[in-house]
Design a protein around this ligand. Structure first.
Ligand SMILES: Nc1ncnc2c1ncn2[C@@H]1O[C@H](COP(=O)(O)OP(=O)(O)O)[C@@H](O)[C@H]1O
Ligand SMILES: [Mg+2]
Length: 609
């Protein structure tokens, strides 16, 4: 598992293959750049100046070597006397000071642009993702979406703050460097070009291969850890099946694979060091040797030779680093592509603006010949020709075997999905004609497993009505029979719950969810097996709280335990996606071959009550 996850992430960071659509997506990023384009342009100018000024250094160093103390007649037009040690040293200092200012400016500006642009991008991506329809989330892993927003944006962050600037800088160094070198000595430049870049590029590729190998070794080691994890966690099964030898063999194979790969890596690392010593230093020696010859022949001065060697080192280093930066940029292009694909997913028409007055909904629900299947499994009908009429304020129970389509039916009321055929109407108006956010705002659902958000109990209840006062929250908690246990905690309503907080029992969580729903005051209430996971003691309390909650609203109660829905206005029995029975408890019990009757019988035999 662990290594699996790791490899997935590595795949994520793969550089993009450039094609038209990829590039188009990448350029969409510049929409986010636009508001900051002046800062970006100034940053770019500073960067170019910065890079070019950096090229003055080797030249001045050469002058420093050649310079003499005192007044040697030189270029009279020059602002500075480049033959004088003191002047050259001063000039060098001046260059460095200017470099310092330029460097600070460009780093600050690029960071400013990037941070603002990516904060916006993050926010937009998040807002888009939360607006995506439920079927989108059915097919994506949360981890994957999370890494879109965090890892992919972080990759862009690196690229825009550092990589892009470095890439530009290195390219400037190579171009300007080569021009200056050629002016200094074309012969020596040719010698240099024939050796240094070639060796550098080979060294870079070499290095990259070694890195790939060591990453593979890490993966293999992670694989061995998986074996250890699995067997130790399932040690009881290992022993019960007397499979110690088999597991040892499995682990051994895994360890050997890691070892062999590590040795392969070691051989290549050794070869790499030998290569560097022989070729890279060889190339440098070659250039120096040729340069000294040229100096002896009087073609160049000692200072010029120094300049030349420094430029060569600069150019070599730049050429060596360019492939890495290009890879980084391509990775960023890939990350952008994935982000933009996410942005291209069609969102629900959700309104993120402030909530208006509640929709005046009375709460009748109508299903007209509804057919439905999930997009991910088009061949499996989930609802077939469902007709249903619920009057405002009625309590309707939905029962049926698991997988019958009860939760799906409720999801259609919430408009999590749209019917494939037929219509769902609320107050006689198709759900599609309501503003989605306002419509859902008039509904509440209490599911079987309530997830509390990390935060206080007060915040979790107020989730039903953001901005609710303490009095409203407490009132809701009282109605949900939650007040007493809440004030039993030392911190009361300020008790932190959720993953990092106090662990509440199932019944307590359920009552908090009910308080949340009370606060929301919905016209339509959906209870999806709200008490199924509870023991009978907490079920009693929760059931009582639910009775209060259901008063005066249209309620769709999906129940596992049939004893809880006996007095519903109507019981709808769903089987394999179709409504097979529909009536009061008494009417359904009177059907001799009825599904409700037989389910009811089964339960009263199994469970007392
Ligand atoms: N998100 C989904 N994607 C694909 N199939 C689903 C999805 N949710 C439920 N199903 C399938 O739809 C059928 C009905 O499920 P559901 O409405 O949850 O039944 P119930 O609530 O009655 O147990 C089941 O066969 C289930 O496997
Ligand atoms: Mg269900």
């Amino acid at each position: 598992m662990a290594s699996r996850r790791k490899r997935d992430q590595d795949d994520d960071a793969k550089p993009a293959k450039l094609n038209k659509s990829t590039l188009r997506k990448f350029f969409r990023l510049f929409r986010y750049l636009r508001p900051y384009r002046s800062a970006f342009s100034i940053g770019m100018v500073l960067l170019l100046l910065n890079s070019m000024l950096g090229m003055v250094f080797p030249g001045l160093m050469g002058r420093l070597v050649d310079a003499t103390k005192g007044d040697v007649p030189t270029d009279t037009e020059a602002l500075f006397d480049l033959g004088n040690i003191d002047s050259v040293a001063l000039l060098l200092l001046g260059v460095f000071a200017l470099q310092a200012v330029l460097g600070f400016g460009r780093i600050y500006l690029f960071a400013y642009v990037t941070e603002h642009m990516l904060a916006r991008l993050r926010q937009d991506t998040y807002e888009h993702v939360v607006k995506l329809p439920m079927h989108f989330f059915a097919t994506r892993r949360v981890g994957e979406l999370n890494s879109r927003i965090s890892a992919d944006v972080a990759l862009l962050q690196d690229t825009f703050t550092t990589t892009l600037a470095e890439l530009v800088r290195q390219v400037v160094i190579v171009i300007v460097g080569l021009v200056l070198l050629t002016r200094l000595s074309p012969q020596l430049t040719l010698t240099m070009l024939a050796s240094v870049p070639v060796v550098t590029v080979v060294a870079v590729l070499f290095g990259r291969y070694i890195r790939t190998l060591s990453k593979e070794v890490q993966d293999r080691i992670a694989d061995t850890n998986v074996v250890v994890d699995e067997t130790l966690q399932g040690i009881q099964s290992v022993k019960a099946y007397a499979n110690e030898a088999w597991e040892a063999l499995r682990y051994g194979r895994s360890v050997q694979a890691a070892r062999d790969l590590a040795m392969k890596g070691a051989r290549w690392r050794g070869a790499f060091v030998s290569f560097i010593i022989l070729c890279l230093f060889g190339a440098i020696v070659l250039v120096i040797w040729r340069g000294v010859h040229l100096k002896e022949e009087g073609v160049i001065s000692t200072g010029e030779l120094v300049t030349f060697i420094l430029y060569s080192v600069f150019i070599g280093a730049s050429i060596g680093s360019i492939p890495e930066y290009v890879t980084q940029v391509l990775k960023a292009v890939g990350a952008t592509e994935r982000l933009m694909d996410l942005h291209d997913e069609v969102a629900e028409p959700i309104d993120l603006g402030p909530k208006g007055a509640p929709l005046p909904i009375r709460g009748s629900i109508t299903f007209e010949h509804v057919d439905f299947h999930y997009a991910s499994r088009a061949d499996m009908p989930v609802l077939r020709g469902v007709d249903l009429q619920v009057e405002p304020g009625q309590r309707i129970a939905l029962v049926g075997p698991s997988g019958a389509g009860k939760s799906t039916l409720a999801a259609l009321v919430l408009r999590f999905h749209d019917p494939v055929h037929g219509r769902v109407l609320i107050d006689g108006r198709p759900v599609a004609n309501y503003p989605l956010t306002a419509l859902r705002d008039r509904m509440a659902i209490v599911p079987q497993e309530v997830l509390l958000f990390g935060g206080t109990i007060r915040e979790n209840i107020a989730y039903g009505k953001p901005g609710a006062s303490d009095a409203e929250v407490q009132d809701a908690a009282r109605k949900a029979f939650a007040h007493d246990f809440i004030i039993g905690f030392p911190e009361g309503y300020g008790t932190v719950v959720g993953e990092r907080g106090v662990q509440l029992s199932g019944g307590q969580r359920q009552r908090i969810a009910i308080a949340r729903a009370v606060l929301k005051d919905p016209a339509i209430l959906i209870l999806d097996e709200a008490t199924s996971a509870l023991d009978s003691e907490s079920e009693r309390l929760v059931q009582e709280a639910l009775e209060h909650l259901m008063k005066g609203r249209t309620s769709l109660v999906i129940a596992h335990r049939l004893s809880t829905i006996r007095d519903a206005d109507r019981i709808v029995v769903l089987d394999k996606g179709t409504v097979v029975e529909n009536g009061t408890h008494e009417a359904l019990m009177a059907l001799p071959e009825g599904l409700y009757r037989s389910l009811s019988r089964l339960q009263s035999e199994g469970i007392t009550g």
